[in-house]
Design a protein. Structure first.
Length: 553
């Protein structure tokens, strides 16, 4: 357990995990329990949730394709070798409703099939993104026969009655048509991949949300807003009243904690209530789509969230998606969804990841800016026990073998068995440092480990004027032996008890794992560890070092 500000979010997650472990175990979702016929599923390992494929946990060292890349077999053909050169083990691949159902009831799965088979041939697992009713709030990937028939497939509307490029979730026809297509696809996927398990997760819809206003104002939405809050949501709120998110609890208290009423009577007036209202109906719609798909092939399924820019209010960002302040609404409304995931493009990566980890939610980052430091990945796997990490538009990186993605994933691939063994226990942790936070403190076993940014060393070679983001993970291998991996870190070890004496370094070795076996390289007991003062992982590359400690008086 850590005591520094860098560890607030992990500490919160651990504190809450025991309260929520029952939820994880008894979820009605089929994918939370061992699947029939070896279907991938989610399983608790200590306090961590891991993805089990063919009987073993896996780490998803991933990359997400650009929005349109998976729509063309020819476009992808020259890219597969480039992707494997980056040491990816998983690829996030969009599935486009408009391509698989070009005319109503007629399906063409040839493009997505080619993606799955090519990924399998290159040794990659696949996470599929269902670009169905919504993609980044809009309904841009629905088939043309839906776009051109707004009477049958109605749109969301603004408060002045203007139709939006957004299918309304208040239409039963919209929901059933999406669910039918998704179920047909999942049935086909089981036939294609049910014995191979190339596809391990499915995302239902993409970055759901309302914009430019907090809620839909179509006739059906207005009627629903004036109606009583559904009984199943009220029952959830009553059952979980002591565990609700702070924002939802406050809204209920401010409105008098009424046991029933319309949306404004239960939650108060304003955009906050409009967002809660929309979150419920988005969740119910998405849940139905997921349920129909799971009837055909019960892979684990999740929903992703577009995050909130600082200072933005509902309607200015894609409102009502599975954001942390709306987790309770989504959990109540979408029990068929196994977890909620963030798409992180903001600099405060650690803060957002901590918020998605703080509710006992399985941690997976399906989309992150590919310009962000790969130190984030080490932090995510070590500190938040993530199942996977995935830079966006991975194929757009120009020289993948020269980029930090390849080197970082090479190191993480070597460490995968150790990471999976230690996730969910106190023997693994992560650190992430930059200009805003240049130190971190980790308590592990009998030791306290102080981490510093390399730039805190007066002799550090600086590149540019900015302080780059650095980070890594630490794993306790034995009472007096630790592994530290990452980049740009200085680490010193201290005893947790003053009576233990002074900590010394028996040895620090750099090296690598080959087929699970440690192969030591240089012994770093001289200039490289500042004459026995600290461990140093140099900035500019990702590496692994193992340190053996002793104490003396």
């Amino acid at each position: 357990m850590k005591n520094s500000s860098s560890s607030i979010y992990r500490a919160s997650a651990h504190a809450l995990s025991l309260l929520l472990i029952t939820f994880l175990l008894v979820s009605v979702s089929p994918s939370q329990q061992p699947g029939k016929e070896g279907i991938p599923f989610l399983r608790l390992h200590g306090t961590a949730t891991q993805l089990i494929v063919d009987g073993k946990p896996i780490l998803m060292l991933g990359g997400e394709l650009g929005n349109s890349s998976a729509s063309s077999v020819e476009y992808m053909r020259p890219l597969w070798d480039k992707l494997t050169a980056m040491h990816l083990s998983m690829l996030v691949v969009p599935v486009y409703w408009e391509l698989i159902e070009p005319s109503e009831g007629t399906y063409d799965f040839s493009v997505v099939d080619s993606m799955i088979l090519a990924a399998r041939a290159h040794g990659l697992k696949v996470v599929l993104l269902w670009f169905g009713s919504w993609k980044n709030s809009m309904s841009c990937y629905v088939p043309a026969w839906i776009k051109t028939d707004a009477r049958r497939f109605p749109r969301a509307r603004t408060s002045d009655g203007r139709a939006q490029e957004i299918l309304t979730p208040f239409s039963r026809t919209n929901m059933e048509t999406d669910a039918r297509a998704f179920a047909s696809f999942m049935k086909h996927l089981r036939a294609l991949d049910g014995n191979n398990h190339t596809v391990v997760l499915v995302q239902v819809e993409n970055e759901i949300g309302m914009i430019p206003q907090a809620r839909d104002f179509c006739r059906e939405a207005n009627e629903a807003y004036r109606a009583e809050v559904p009984g199943d949501l009220m029952a959830y709120l009553a059952k979980n009243k002591d565990r609700l998110t702070p924002e939802l609890r406050q809204a209920r208290e401010n409105a008098g904690a009424k046991p029933a009423g319309d949306w404004e009577e239960v939650f108060g007036k304003g955009m906050q209530t409009e967002e809660i209202f929309m979150a419920w109906y988005f969740a119910r719609y998405t849940n139905h789509v997921a349920e129909e798909g799971k009837k055909e092939y019960p892979l684990p399924m999740y929903v992703n969230a577009a995050l909130i820019r600082p200072g933005y209010k509902p309607g200015q960002y894609p409102s009502a998606g599975p954001l942390p302040h709306l987790f309770d609404i989504w959990k109540a409304g979408a029990p068929a969804i196994d977890f909620l995931a963030p798409d992180i493009y903001f600099k405060n990566f650690a803060e957002w990841l901590g918020r998605f980890d703080a509710t006992g939610n399985a941690v997976f980052i399906p989309e992150v800016a590919n310009s962000q430091s790969m130190a984030n990945a080490f932090f995510a796997f070590g500190e938040h026990h993530a199942m996977g990490y995935s830079p966006f538009s991975i194929e757009s990186l120009r020289n993948p073998t020269d980029k930090q993605v390849a080197e970082a994933y090479d190191v993480l691939h070597q460490l995968e068995p150790l990471i999976l063994e230690h996730q969910g226990t106190p023997t693994i942790a992560g650190v992430l440092l930059d200009s805003a936070l240049q130190t971190a403190r980790v308590e592990m076993g009998n030791y306290v480990i102080h981490f510093r940014h390399e730039y805190s060393w007066k002799y550090a070679e600086r590149v540019g004027a900015d302080t780059p983001r650095v980070g890594g993970m630490i794993i306790q291998l034995a009472p007096d032996e630790f592994l530290v991996a990452g980049t740009g870190l200085l680490a010193t070890f201290w005893p947790r008890s003053e009576e233990a004496g002074t900590v010394g370094y028996l040895s620090i070795d750099e090296g690598r794992y080959v087929d699970g076996k440690w192969i030591a390289g240089r012994r770093l007991n001289g200039d490289q560890n500042n004459q026995g003062r600290e461990l140093h992982l140099p900035l500019g590359s990702f590496g692994i070092q193992r340190v053996r400690l002793y104490t003396y008086r």
